[in-house]
Design a protein around this ligand. Structure first.
Ligand code: GTR
Length: 332
């Protein structure tokens, strides 16, 4: 497998990782596994990733040891995908949302309303579709060892409740880095700005964007609820997250260690899903108590109908999505 990056971009990525981990590196063996994470301490993904690497260290007698770098200090999520591909970092936990550029098949999970609910997403991802997506990722240098939860994403904004698709018209929304989401907002008549997560708070505050979309825990932990106080429960995206490793790092493990590390990953996903359910509820209560104005959506079908053109465009760009869509829709 050959992955090409412009020399300058790759140089920047490697410099970023080297600098950020210089301190840890000086005392650790060369085999240190560096883990990318966007979230802060105590977030379900953070706790699960930390538990994974601790357990991997224990069961392999230190042959796999490392640490998680929280708060995206190693770079943005788009950077982390490339760093995994070239083996500059060894593992990461993140939403599959921005992965569509690197692995087009994965865009199927970014289609609005593709999953009926969280349980449906679990059944799909823990079954053959999840395996196939994992294989597609592997061909691009990234392997998913386990699927984590990322809840359901809804719109939040600074000026008014979103009740119908018409309320999105003319509004500027931040989306994750993926053209598919630009199309999704445009289908509602809004304007979309792809942007790194770390820039969203300031952009909401200064009016660069009017709104964004995310699940309750991220809306809470990023403090976006302080500056965008209307949360409208559209639940238009249910995007799985993964505990992913670099294929380069994976291939350096013995088959026996691969079995042990995979088990540690699966165990961490059980933990993450439990913590997620708890945190989802806690974050919802916390932001509502802080004064967030929240509304349910009476007619969700109006949103899914308005967003339907995104499906046709996605299939046109990548015909292999057609069969993935059908497979997901055939899972009860
Ligand atoms: C969070 C997700 C992150 C990141 C973020 C975002 O819910 O856990 O991986 O994708 O959303 O909106 O950028």
């Amino acid at each position: 497998m050959i992955i090409k990056f412009p020399a300058k971009k790759l140089g920047n990525l490697l410099a970023l990782v080297t600098t950020a981990s210089a301190v840890a590196f000086s005392s650790a063996a060369n085999a240190e596994w560096k883990g990318w994470n966007i979230h802060n301490t105590d977030y379900p993904v953070t706790v699960a990733l930390e538990s994974f690497i601790k357990e991997a260290d224990k069961v392999t007698n230190g042959r796999v040891n490392g640490r998680v770098y929280n708060g995206a200090v190693l770079g943005s999520q788009s950077d982390s995908i490339q760093m995994l591909q070239v083996g500059a970092i060894q593992f990461a936990g993140f939403s599959l949302g921005p992965m569509g550029d690197a692995v087009p098949e994965v865009n199927v999970v970014s289609l609005p309303f593709i999953f009926k609910n969280l349980d449906h997403m679990h059944r799909v991802m823990d079954g053959s579709v999840g395996d196939k997506l994992s294989k597609a990722m592997e061909k691009k240098g990234i392997m998913s060892l386990a699927w984590y939860d990322g809840g359901a994403r809804s719109f939040y904004n600074t000026s008014k409740p979103i009740q119908t698709p018409a309320d999105v018209k003319g509004e500027k929304f931040r989306v994750m880095n993926n053209e598919l989401y630009v199309g999704m907002i445009e289908a509602l008549g809004g304007n979309a700005t792809p942007m790194a997560y770390s820039e969203v708070y300031q952009s909401l505050k200064t009016g660069v964007v009017d709104g964004a979309e995310n699940n309750w825990p991220s809306y809470d932990s990023s403090n976006h609820y302080e500056v965008a106080t209307y949360y409208s429960l559209t639940q238009h995206l249910i995007i799985p997250e993964c505990l992913c490793v670099s294929v380069a790092a994976w291939n350096r493990l013995s088959p026996a260690d691969q079995v042990l590390v995979k088990k540690a990953a699966r165990d961490s996903s059980q933990l993450q899903r439990k913590l997620w359910a708890k945190r989802d509820e806690e974050s919802r209560k916390k932001v509502l108590a802080a004064g967030v104005k929240f509304n349910e959506i009476k007619d969700k079908k109006a949103f899914s109908d308005a967003m339907k053109p995104v499906y046709a465009k996605a299939v046109q760009d990548n015909p292999s999505l057609k069969s993935f869509i059908e497979q997901i829709q055939s899972v009860d």
